[in-house]
Each structure stands twice: as structure tokens, then as C-alpha cells.
Design a protein around this ligand. Structure first.
Ligand SMILES: NC(=O)c1ccc[n+]([C@@H]2O[C@H](COP(=O)([O-])OP(=O)(O)OC[C@H]3O[C@@H](n4cnc5c(N)ncnc54)[C@H](OP(=O)(O)O)[C@@H]3O)[C@@H](O)[C@H]2O)c1
Length: 313
């Protein structure tokens, strides 16, 4: 009953801005003026949905995009779909496996610095499963993978003060105060994929603050919400939601627009989450201000990372 009431309040508040209507109101037909010639990008989850649209949008404007995803066939399709002047460099990587992330990050770093890093991968896992490294799959994919990728790229010299980081959060985070104990359920019986996803997405906002406080020489970071976009991820994880809102869901290009815009315009970094080229408040309900802070999150991530002396599940 309380959950249903919460959902009703959430949808009443956000159905308009997060739908295609919100995109039309704030962005409309305004073309994205951007030239990424000579830039080197890395986009995670680049073969489907929003990540694919970001990768293709960057290539069309001149960037070389290192595309991370698990399926080699889909990566080959992406290479074929890319319309220059830039190009796609495909890389088979599973973001949920830290060993794989470290390997891939080292390969990327060997080729030089990145201009733009888009932490796009995100999954809502209703079933509880652990990766081969013992981490709940959603946590590993949505958060640990990004954290390890970031650290490994920095250690390898691929991130400089001119690198822009864009993290793909979600409006789902508006319903969550950051609770470290809720980032990963201890067992299947305590797992709620929807709530875990909201926590991971709230944590991405906190991580962005942390990155922006890392001082001179560090990249600048922005966190964004794509709106509600009709993708395979939504089709599989939220079929009921999709049925209800299908007529007003955005297309992938609309979901990708703000990532490309942030990379092109690089507005002053600070509090807030970006949607449709505008900075919105990162809290919509007072209770979410009471959560854990970014430093506590980072300490938690450090001890949870497999293979870095952290605990194993
Ligand atoms: N769609 C929405 O309405 C919406 C709303 C709010 C936020 N978001 C966020 O936007 C981002 C993109 O969402 P989407 O809907 O476009 O997702 P999607 O349709 O599910 O696409 C996911 C992409 O990530 C890749 N991927 C999945 N797991 C991976 C892993 N372990 N390692 C490497 N690549 C992996 C997939 O390729 P492979 O399967 O080949 O690996 C695919 O390219 C996510 O962070 C999501 O949370 C989406």
C-alpha cells in the first residue's frame, strides 16, 4: 500500500518532465552544435539503447569512440552503423567483472588520454545473482565497474584535467536516500531489484561530487538523467511501465542528447543532475538529503571491490 502510494506520487511528479513531452519542452528542435574532431571517447554499454546513440552521435561529430560492451556481434554491428568522420573502436568488456575492467582499462590507457568518458552501463536486476567474483550483479555492473574503471584509467594516465566524465544516472534515484547497507542485499530473500537500482543511481550522483572534489589536475564530472527512453533495457526490466507510458517514451537520440551536450559545452560542475540540457535539483523529496556522503561511499566501494583486499561475497 505504501509502495503503491509512493509510486503514484513519483509518477504524478515526474511523468511529464521525464517523458518525451519534457524533452520537447526544454530542448525541442534545437540542434546540437558540437565538433568532437580529434577527440577520443570511451562509452560503456555502447551497443544498445542510449549508449549506442551517444557513441554514434559522437562519431558523427568527429570523435573516435572506444565502445565497451559484452557482445562481439553487436559491437561489429555498431562499427558498421557508424557514419564518420569519426570511428568506433570496439572492445569486448564485461563491466560486472573487475578483472575484465582492469584489463580493458589498461589497454585503453596504453593508447593515451581520453577526452570524454561516459559511464553509461546500467541494469535493473530483478533476480538476485552473483558474478563469478562474488558481487551482486546489479551492484557490480552499475557501480563497482564504474569505480574500478575510473581508478584504473587514472592510474594508467588516461584521465587528465581536460577529460570530461558523464555518468548516466536515473530519475529512479529521486526515491532513494543513499544507504550503504542497501547497495547490495546479503541474500536473494532481501533483494529488491528496483530499490537496489535506485540506490546505485543515487550513488552515481554522490560519486560525481567526489570526483569533482579531487582537486587540480583531476577531470570534471557531470551526472545526468536521460528521461524515460524506449530501449531494450526498459523492455526487459520494466514491461508494465513500458506498456503504460509507451506513447510518450523518448527515442534513444533524445535520451543521448544531454550527454553529447554536456561533453560539448562543459558547464560549471557542481551540485545537481542534468536533464534536457538543464541542471535540476538532485533531491525532489526532503528525506533523500539524509543519506550517506560521498566519502563514506568511496570507503565502502574500496573495501567491496574484489581483488583489492576487499571482502568477497
Ligand atoms: N532507458 C531508460 O528509460 C533509462 C532511464 C533512466 C536511466 N537510464 C540509464 O541509462 C543507461 C542506459 O540505459 P539503456 O536503457 O539504454 O540500456 P540497455 O538498452 O539495456 O543497453 C544496455 C547496454 O549496456 C550493455 N551492457 C549491459 N550489461 C553490460 C555489462 N555487464 N558489461 C558491458 N556492457 C553491458 C549492453 O550490451 P551487451 O548486452 O552486448 O553487453 C547494451 O549495449 C543505464 O545506465 C540506465 O540505467 C535509462
Amino acid at each position: 500500500m505504501i509502495k503503491a502510494l509512493g509510486a503514484a506520487i513519483f509518477y504524478a511528479r515526474f511523468a511529464r518532465p521525464f517523458s518525451r513531452l519534457g524533452f520537447r519542452r526544454r530542448v525541442g528542435e534545437a540542434p546540437l552544435q558540437a565538433d568532437f574532431s580529434g577527440q577520443r571517447w570511451l562509452v560503456t554499454g555502447a551497443t544498445g539503447g542510449i549508449g549506442r546513440a551517444i557513441a554514434l552521435g559522437a562519431v558523427a561529430r568527429g570523435a573516435t569512440v572506444v565502445a565497451f560492451a559484452r557482445d562481439g556481434g553487436k559491437l561489429a554491428d555498431l562499427v558498421m552503423a557508424a557514419q564518420g568522420p569519426g570511428r568506433i573502436v570496439p572492445a569486448v568488456v564485461d563491466l560486472s567483472l573487475m578483472q575484465d575492467v582492469r584489463r580493458a582499462a589498461a589497454e585503453v590507457a596504453r593508447e593515451g588520454a581520453l577526452d570524454v568518458l561516459v559511464h553509461n552501463v546500467g541494469v535493473m536486476c530483478h533476480d538476485f545473482a552473483r558474478t563469478a567474483e562474488g558481487v551482486e550483479r546489479g551492484l557490480a555492473t552499475n557501480l563497482l565497474g564504474h569505480w574500478v574503471l575510473d581508478r584504473a584509467l587514472r592510474a594508467g594516465g588516461a584521465m587528465t584535467a581536460s577529460t570530461a566524465i558523464v555518468s548516466m544516472s536515473s530519475g529512479g534515484m529521486y526515491g532513494a536516500a543513499l544507504d550503504l547497507a542497501a547497495l547490495e542485499a546479503p541474500a536473494a530473500a532481501r533483494h529488491d531489484g528496483f530499490l537496489a537500482y535506485a540506490q546505485h543511481k543515487r550513488a552515481q550522483v554522490a560519486l560525481t561530487h567526489y570526483w569533482n572534489r579531487e582537486g587540480p589536475g583531476a577531470p570534471r564530472a557531470w551526472v545526468m538523467h536521460p528521461g524515460w527512453v524506449d530501449t531494450d533495457g526498459v523492455r526487459t526490466a520494466l514491461p508494465g511501465f513500458r506498456k503504460l507510458f509507451r506513447a510518450v517514451l523518448r527515442n534513444a537520440d533524445e535520451g543521448a542528447d544531454t550527454a553529447l551536450w554536456l561533453a560539448a559545452t562543459r558547464p560549471a560542475a557542481g551540485e545537481g543532475i542534468w536533464l534536457d540540457r538543464h541542471r535540476d535539483d538532485e533531491h525532489a523529496f526532503g528525506f533523500t538529503r539524509q543519506g550517506a556522503d560521498a566519502e563514506a561511499l568511496v570507503a565502502w566501494l574500496e573495501q567491496r571491490v574484489p581483488g583489492a583486499g576487499g571482502r568477497r561475497g
